[in-house]
Write a protein that binds this ligand. Structure first.
Ligand code: SF4
Length: 422
């Protein structure tokens, strides 16, 4: 395995991150997630046939020797890793040292992507410590350029996932557009008074970008003779103009118009969408999970929203960065904005992000009402990592979620705007 570029762009909180091991309230080792094994690790384990880990290895079918992923560790029926011992420690690390861990275990919760040759380090907030660090300080999501070396363990890591977006000039243009959109969205988050308003502004901008993308596609179909390079120049130039038009004055104008989202008819559509999403989550979550219990405790979501929203506002007054950092992290990690060339994908992926954010707010409202108090930072952290665990690591749920939205003609950021009504 080769090493990749020595510098990475990363949120500041990830430079502070260190696994808290035995003190972790919800270890990744008992999350029920599959642990894929890179070939180097697979060969290492196989070379010690008497080590207990060999009783739990499963090769991945039809994988040639050149594939980076060779197999997986089979979890116990209760979802716990068979190498996770009763002291909360890892038997592989204890017996063979940290360098024997698979890339999956060494890297979690960090994710490595490369876009336009730049490595990005992000993290899933399904790790409680990552969630705490990401949400509890104002500068956690400040982006820094730092040495990639500091994330590396003694072994070489596999290359970061290079985003596959077309080829040649298309790929180049796509990367430029995706990064320009992402940077504008991050800037808008700084300008917005609250996380909810930031999300609403994001929905408006994503809608505009999707509409512009449809126009560009129509233009291309009408001018097939246009030279590719020239056409791409028009494409990037138009997107740059659109993004630049989102200045402070435009943002203020949109914030003033967003108030109309509170209309009663939007509220009923919003609740219907959210109820369908909740039903899906309930179908997939274990009955004993905290999120399931919280969802099950609510009889009337409309009432919860009405009385809980004010309490979430209070939280945002005290910790204005917490929920904003949550959406900044999702934007940085999720990469949905790389679908700039596909209006439909851009919108449906954004809608999925908006749903997750709205669910977080709903759960915060429900938890606040249960405790008869305003939510505090630790509530946001807990709900964030619990919800992330159930949604991000469950591809079947996610696919069902998107299918349900599409079946109901709800795959656009216009629908996201309704979901995000306050
Ligand atoms: S979830 Fe995070 S803090 Fe907890 S054991 Fe895993 S990496 Fe460590």
């Amino acid at each position: 395995m080769s090493r990749f570029s020595p510098q990475a762009q990363t949120p500041r909180y990830l430079q502070r991150f260190a696994c808290i091991g035995g003190s972790c309230p919800q270890s990744c080792c008992d999350g029920g997630w599959s642990v894929t094994l890179d070939r180097q690790t697979w060969n290492r384990y196989k070379s010690i046939p008497l080590h207990p880990v060999n009783q739990h290895l499963e090769p991945l079918a039809d994988k040639g020797s050149k594939d980076e992923i060779a197999g997986k560790l089979v979890m116990r029926p209760d979802g716990r890793c068979p190498m996770h011992n009763d002291q909360g420690l890892c038997d592989i690390q204890n017996s063979m040292g940290e360098q024997a861990l698979s890339a999956t275990c060494r890297n979690f919760p960090r994710l490595f992507h490369s876009i336009a040759g730049q490595v990005h380090v992000s993290a899933t907030l399904s790790c409680p410590e990552a969630a705490r660090l990401a949400l509890d300080s104002a500068d956690a999501m400040t982006l820094d350029l730092c040495s990639l070396q500091q994330f590396e363990t003694p072994l070489d890591m596999p290359r970061p996932h290079e985003l596959e977006i077309g080829s040649g000039i298309l790929r180049e243009v796509h990367s430029v557009c995706a990064i320009a959109l992402r940077d504008r969205l991050l800037w808008i988050t700084d300008m917005a008074p609250t996380s909810l308003q930031a999300m609403q502004l994001w929905a408006l901008l994503v809608r505009q970008v999707a509409q512009w993308q449809c126009n560009w596609k129509a233009y291309n179909q009408a001018h097939p003779e246009e030279h590719m390079e020239q056409s791409m120049q028009i494409y990037t130039g138009q997107l740059a103009d659109l993004l630049e038009s989102w200045n402070e004055a435009t943002i203020q104008h949109h914030l003033d118009s967003i108030a109309s989202l509170n209309a009663a008819e939007n509220r009923s559509v919003q609740l219907a969408i959210m109820q369908a999403s909740i039903n899906l989550i309930q179908k997939y979550l274990p009955a004993s999970s905290e999120i399931q219990l919280l969802l099950g405790s609510v009889q009337n979501w409309s009432a919860v929203f009405q009385s809980g929203a004010e309490r979430v506002h209070e939280l945002e007054k005290k910790s204005p960065w917490a929920l904003k950092n949550l959406i900044r992290n999702d934007l940085w990690r999720n990469m949905w904005y790389t679908h700039v060339l596909s209006a439909e994908d851009l919108e449906s992926n954004f809608l999925s992000l908006a749903l997750k954010y709205t669910l977080t707010r709903m759960l915060l409202c429900a938890s606040a009402l249960q405790k008869n108090n305003s939510p505090v930072l630790s509530d946001v952290v807990r709900i964030t990592y619990l919800l992330s665990r159930h949604i991000e690591h469950n591809t079947a749920l996610h696919a069902d979620w998107i299918r349900n939205l599409k079946n109901n003609q709800l795959n656009s950021s216009a629908a996201a705007l309704i979901i995000l009504g306050d």
